[in-house]
Design a protein around this ligand. Sequence first.
Ligand SMILES: [Zn+2]
Length: 192
Amino acid sequence: MASATSDAILERFRAVGALLEGHFRLTSGLHSPGYLQCALVLQHPREAEACGTAIAERVRGLGASVVLSPALGGIVIGQEVARALDVRAIFAERQDGRLMLRRGFTLAPGEKVLVVEDVVTTGGSTRETIEVARAAGADVAGAAAIIDRSGGQQRLDVPFHALATVALPTYAAEACPMCAAGSPVVKPGSRV
Ligand SMILES: [Zn+2]
């Protein structure tokens, strides 16, 4: 998997139903031609480990000594990337709506951090996690994800690596081109 192409990664996602293509109503109420649920891949530890190893090979040169992930989505893949890099894995979680380090996790001043997520949509939670590290005085060496679903449109001020990039636009129902074309919309996971 280390040399797997973006297409091969997406094929593995399709194989376990973690990437569905069609016409979906997401939890947000928005419509999209795709549904992505990384947890369906990461529930298989060997798949999670393979994804972590593949990310680690791309980011090893950044020299991070700790992986920081946002809870919950980033925890499993963060653990696997850290295992492959043989560094610590810690996570940030929300308290009163704000992402922060808890449970006694600390970052040393100047410590090189790699931020790892399962999927980057707009880059918002990645940026927030980067700020958590910087607020602790650490140095963010880069960020990585299994899937970049922004189609490469995330705007991060650190080196960013994703195993696969996919453009999955979302539409308000009244502006959805698939609805306009008369295609029936389904909830992800429901069998049609
Ligand atoms: Zn629609």
